[in-house]
Design a protein around this ligand. Structure first.
Ligand SMILES: [Zn+2]
Length: 204
C-alpha cells in the first residue's frame, strides 16, 4: 500500500469536492492536522474512518486504498490484492503486539524480583524499604495489566467447542485460569466453559 499515493489521491478528491482540510476534518470529527498527515502520506486514515471518508469523497474504499480510480474490469483483482495486503499487515501487527506482551511481562517481573531482593537483603532505613516494596508492587501490577490488555485485544480466542472467535471481557481475562495464552473461559456464543486457544485474526 502506497501511503503517499493515497495521500495525494485524498487531496485531489477533497479539492474536487470543494472542501478545505478543515471542512473535511470537521465532517469526520478529526483534527485538521490528521487530514494534513494523510494527505502528506505520513499516516493512513484509521480503518474506522475509511468508509465515511470515501463516502464524503465520492469514491469506494477500494479506490481509497489503491490511491486511484479503478476501472470496473480491474475492480475485483485489485480489491482482493488489497484485502490480502491488509490481512498481512494486521497479522504482523498482532505478532508485534504479542511480542510486546512478553517483553512487558518479563521486564516488569524481573524489576519486581530485583527490587524485592534489594529491599529484603540490603541495609536501609525502614521507610525506604517500604517505598521500594511499594514501587516493586506498582511496577508489577501495571506491567501485568498492560500485558493482559495487549493479550485481550491482539487476535481472538477460539472456542474449543463451537469454534466461535471472540474477544473476552477484561474481567474474564483477569479471573480466568490460563496456560500460556490458552485460557479457561466461557464462550459468549455456546456458553460452554472450556480451554480456548488464542488465534490470529487472519490465516496466514
Ligand atoms: Zn462456543
Amino acid at each position: 500500500m502506497n501511503q503517499e499515493k493515497i495521500g495525494v489521491f485524498i487531496s485531489e478528491c477533497r479539492k474536487k469536492k470543494g472542501l478545505t482540510q478543515q471542512q473535511l476534518a470537521e465532517l469526520l470529527n478529526v483534527s485538521n492536522r490528521a487530514v494534513s498527515k494523510w494527505e502528506r502520506g505520513k499516516n493512513l486514515p484509521d480503518a474506522s474512518l475509511m468508509l465515511e471518508l470515501s463516502k464524503i469523497l465520492g469514491i469506494s474504499v477500494n479506490e481509497l486504498l489503491n490511491g486511484e480510480k479503478i476501472l470496473k474490469s480491474d475492480y475485483f483483482t485489485k480489491a482482493e490484492d488489497r484485502l490480502i495486503e491488509l490481512q498481512k499487515k494486521n497479522n504482523e501487527y498482532e505478532k508485534t503486539l504479542l511480542l510486546l506482551e512478553y517483553v512487558i511481562g518479563f521486564s516488569s517481573s524481573i524489576t519486581f524480583i530485583i527490587l524485592i531482593y534489594i529491599a529484603s537483603y540490603l541495609d536501609m532505613p525502614v521507610f525506604i524499604r517500604v517505598l521500594l516494596i511499594l514501587t516493586a508492587l506498582i511496577i508489577f501490577i501495571v506491567g501485568c495489566m498492560y500485558a493482559l490488555r495487549i493479550e485481550r485485544i491482539a487476535g481472538y480466542y477460539e472456542c474449543s467447542k463451537c469454534k466461535h472467535k471472540f474477544i473476552p471481557t477484561s474481567k474474564q481475562m483477569l479471573f480466568s485460569m490460563h496456560m500460556g495464552r490458552t485460557r479457561y473461559i466461557k464462550c459468549p456464543k455456546c456458553k460452554q466453559v472450556s480451554w480456548n486457544k488464542k488465534v490470529k485474526s487472519n490465516k496466514e
